[in-house]
Design a protein around this ligand. Structure first.
Ligand SMILES: [Ca+2]
Length: 282
């Protein structure tokens, strides 16, 4: 109910009614390959690759609305978390050097460190192009998030570059022709559905995927045992670097077609962070 249907709204004074149900489908298929090496001879390894495809009408829990109540199927598409390829892995390696050294310092301080690393490579984040203002209520049903037209050929047509910055090209998207009879006819006080409206070539939900991302984290750690007053105190020292290679990816472009800033990308994200920690166990 958008306030205009007072004639058929049985609840006077109530504008919006939220209805929640479990009745919509989602669909996930994947191929998963896992390779691991259990810890022995000082090292272990794990790696996992997933080829996945997830589709649904809405991906958020207890939130979401159809762009059109007449054509729910227009919202069936890639899930918000539909990352096609994902590879993760890592290793743990007990550094074997100087463990048998006769030198006290080499044996107790330099030896005995454990090196670990983990990484991921993930294909691009899915995202949609839609509106959010009265001007993007193309089918005139009171809901503003209608799909614009897709004028491009292949998805990559929408991605353009300007001075080394990517942007999404507004010219690849168009305004649908309005329903021929309008959606609600004030003269007859009836809803007039021009279903021919839906024969236009709309952009699909989560039609686009942004750039792939990757990351490597490493850590170096060691336990020190220090005898204090007849008992041992254990110190655990960990040095970690997150995003070792400082890989950065562009932030998603602005996806609301009604904004003048549509398609703009403002910055790259991806800091490198180093962290030292010392834990005392007694
Ligand atoms: Ca609408």
């Amino acid at each position: 109910m958008d306030g205009r249907y007072t004639g058929i709204n049985p609840y006077a004074g109530i504008r919006d009614v939220y209805y929640r149900s479990n009745e919509w489908d989602s669909n996930y298929n994947s191929l998963q390959v896992v390779l691991t090496r259990r810890f022995s001879n000082g090292w272990s390894w794990y790696s996992s690759y997933t080829y996945g495809k997830s589709q649904d009408y809405v991906s958020a829990y207890q939130f979401g609305s159809f762009t059109s109540v007449e054509r729910n199927d227009l919202d069936y598409g890639s899930s918000d978390y539909d990352y096609r390829h994902r590879m993760v892995g890592g290793f743990i390696y007990d550094l074997p050097f100087f463990k048998q050294s006769k030198n006290w310092f080499m044996k107790n301080v330099i030896a005995g460190w454990q090196l670990a690393a983990s990484f991921h490579v993930t294909s691009g984040q899915p995202f949609s192009i839609s509106g959010g203002s009265p001007s993007t209520d193309y089918n005139k049903d009171g809901i503003r998030f209608d799909w614009p037209l897709w004028l491009g050929d292949s998805n990559s047509d929408a991605l353009k570059w300007n001075n080394g910055m990517p942007y999404f090209d507004r010219n690849q998207f168009g305004t649908p022709n309005a329903p021929a009879n309008g959606y609600y006819d004030d003269a007859t006080n009836k809803v007039v559905n021009d279903l021919g409206y839906y024969n236009q070539s709309f952009v699909k939900r989560n039609q686009f995927h942004w750039f792939p991302s990757s990351n490597i984290d490493i850590s170096l750690q060691k336990y020190f045992t220090i005898p204090v007053g007849g008992r041992d105190i254990t110190l655990q020292f960990i040095a970690e670097v997150f995003n070792l290679l400082k890989t950065q990816i562009w932030e998603l472009p602005i996806t609301a077609i009604n904004l003048s800033s549509f398609g703009q990308v403002s910055r790259m994200n991806g800091d490198r962070t180093a962290q030292l920690s010392l834990r005392v166990m007694f």
